[in-house]
Design a protein around this ligand. Structure first.
Ligand SMILES: Nc1ncnc2c1ncn2[C@@H]1O[C@H](COP(=O)(O)OP(=O)(O)OP(=O)(O)O)[C@@H](O)[C@H]1O
Ligand SMILES: [Mg+2]
Length: 494
């Protein structure tokens, strides 16, 4: 049990260190199977090793010595019987190996499909895909069942076969023993004793082979666990971390490039950005232009594949990860809340925050009203993922969560998209007040959200195609003009 606990802990620690790249490589469902079912299989083998592997050889050797003690000539029968039993069981085990191998993959599959279907339940209903999804799950389920049945059949075959060997050998012992008793070379009592020693020997051989049967499955599982443990995260923590910063929040990107693994071309190319404290830097660009990817480089959710990201003049790769996450506060595009309460979520980044601080953050995030309306207020329950609040409420709680933490650099990834125009405007006004000395980076699709920013960066297909204020860009930048005029009239834009 302790071994299982320790393996699970190591797998968990390792997975926690993974960046999005490694998680994507294994897939979340497989990581879950690996840290539960696979660990269990290995644990089972170790348990069996300690119980059977120790007693089986002792019983076998003891049995042989005692059998020899009773009658040496009759014991030569063992030379024939034991290998026959070994071969019979060996044949079955060798056929079990490949079946066990595919067993774990099929469990992965079930996990993957089930997870996807539970997460995508609303989409499935909306597109009336219940039948199709049921079929898909049915197939994976049948696949696993068939595999398990094949394993079961082989295992069922094993017992009668072993019993046959055992019984045939008892007959042989009685047969040859009777001759020896007839000739007066052996006592009847000795024959009876010999028979029970034979049973001991055969049972121990059977137990040992039973163990060998478990080895293939545990072996596959151990390999899968090892794969996780041997995977190094691509976001390596620094050897000699910088633990002190001036903490002004000056953010620079110098020639940053990012390439998703296996992708032909870079998603971001030669990005140069300066975001200064006390200023709001906005990033605008069409969907898929790389805005989210750019923001993930700053808190090191991924590392830039080329170029550098600097915070207060220090490369983020050299920064102590704990310090980096204190300095940078990201509100992701798809905010995630944890199961618990409103308060536990808000205190996620700052456990010591007082209730007043929480309310102040909610006020700024324009979430005070709706939290006040909840009967439990700050103690209102939040479901896993934050699925029991609306999309806009979730966004506002995620914004409040970052505000409670008070980082030097705020990164908002399209965090105002689910808000109506009036709330959006109120939130930004309150935010401007709250973050007056901080560095704020806002990613947005809506021109109205960003037009007052101190600096607007226009991103197009992974490159910066323009930098300036709204008015400068309107005059000089064609891409920006196009985006603006697709949302506002010429008069509104001016
Ligand atoms: N995990 C991934 N693996 C491979 N390619 C990816 C991955 N995530 C994003 N991409 C690619 O990177 C590009 C930029 O994606 P990104 O999410 O940064 O866009 P975005 O500007 O934030 O878009 P949006 O405005 O829709 O949020 C996309 O063209 C997409 O194809
Ligand atoms: Mg995005």
């Amino acid at each position: 049990m302790a071994l299982g606990r320790d393996i699970r802990a190591s797998v968990f620690d390792r997975v926690q260190s993974f960046s999005a790249r490694e998680v994507g490589q294994f897939g979340a469902p497989s990581l879950i199977t690996r840290s539960t079912n696979d660990v269990q299989q290995v644990q089972m083998l170790v348990l069996m090793t300690f119980t059977l592997m120790v007693s089986a050889p002792i019983m076998c050797v003891g049995g042989i010595i005692m059998a020899l003690n009773q009658d040496v000539p009759l014991s030569t029968l063992l030379v024939a019987i034991v290998p026959v039993l070994g071969v019979v069981i060996g044949l079955i085990v060798s056929r079990l190996r490949p079946l066990f191998r595919s067993m774990q993959v099929r469990i992965d599959n079930i996990n993957r499909i089930l997870r996807e279907q539970i997460t995508g339940l609303r989409v499935i209903r909306a597109f009336v895909k219940d039948g199709y999804e049921r079929e898909r799950f049915g197939e994976a389920n049948a696949d696993l069942t068939q595999n398990a049945i094949r394993v079961g059949k082989l295992l069922a075959l094993m017992f009668p076969l072993v019993m046959m060997v055992v019984n045939v050998s008892s007959v042989a012992v009685l047969w040859f023993g009777s001759y020896r008793i007839n000739s007066g070379a052996m006592q009847i009592g000795a024959l009876t004793a010999f028979l029970s020693y034979l049973m001991q020997i055969l049972m121990s051989v059977m137990m040992a082979t039973f163990m060998f049967m478990m080895i293939p499955r545990a072996e596959v599982c151990a390999e899968r666990i090892e794969e996780v443990l041997d995977t190094e995260t691509t976001v390596v923590p620094p050897l000699v971390p910088v633990r002190e910063l001036k903490r002004t929040g000056y953010l620079e990107l110098r020639g940053a490039e990012f390439r998703y693994p296996g992708a032909e071309s870079a998603v971001l190319r030669d990005i140069n950005i300066d975001a200064r404290p006390g200023e709001t830097t906005a990033i605008i660009g069409s969907t898929g232009s790389g805005k989210t990817t750019l923001l993930t480089l700053i808190p090191r959710l991924s590392d830039a594949t080329d170029g550098t990201v600097l915070v207060d003049g220090v490369n983020v790769r050299d920064l102590d990860p704990a310090l980096l996450s204190r300095v940078v506060g990201l509100v992701p595009q798809k905010p995630y809340l944890f199961s618990g309460t409103v308060a536990s979520n808000l205190r996620y980044g700052n456990p010591d925050a007082t209730d007043e601080e929480l309310w102040a953050a909610l006020e700024t995030a324009q979430a005070r009203d709706f939290v006040e309306k909840l009967p439990e207020g700050l103690d209102a329950p939040i479901a896993q993922g934050g699925t029991n609040v609306s999309g806009g409420q979730r966004q506002r709680l995620a914004i409040a969560r970052v505000l409670v933490r008070r980082p030097e650099i705020y990164l908002f990834d399209d965090s105002f998209s689910a808000l109506d125009y009036a709330t959006d405007a109120r939130l930004r006004a309150a935010l401007a007040h709250e973050t007056a000395d901080s560095t704020v980076v806002i990613v947005a699709q809506r021109v109205s959200t960003i037009r007052d920013a101190d600096r607007i960066i226009v991103l197009d297909e992974g490159s910066v195609v323009g930098t300036g204020t709204h008015h400068e860009l309107m005059d000089t930048n064609e891409t920006y003009r196009e985006i603006v005029l697709s949302q506002l009239t010429e008069a509104e834009a001016a």
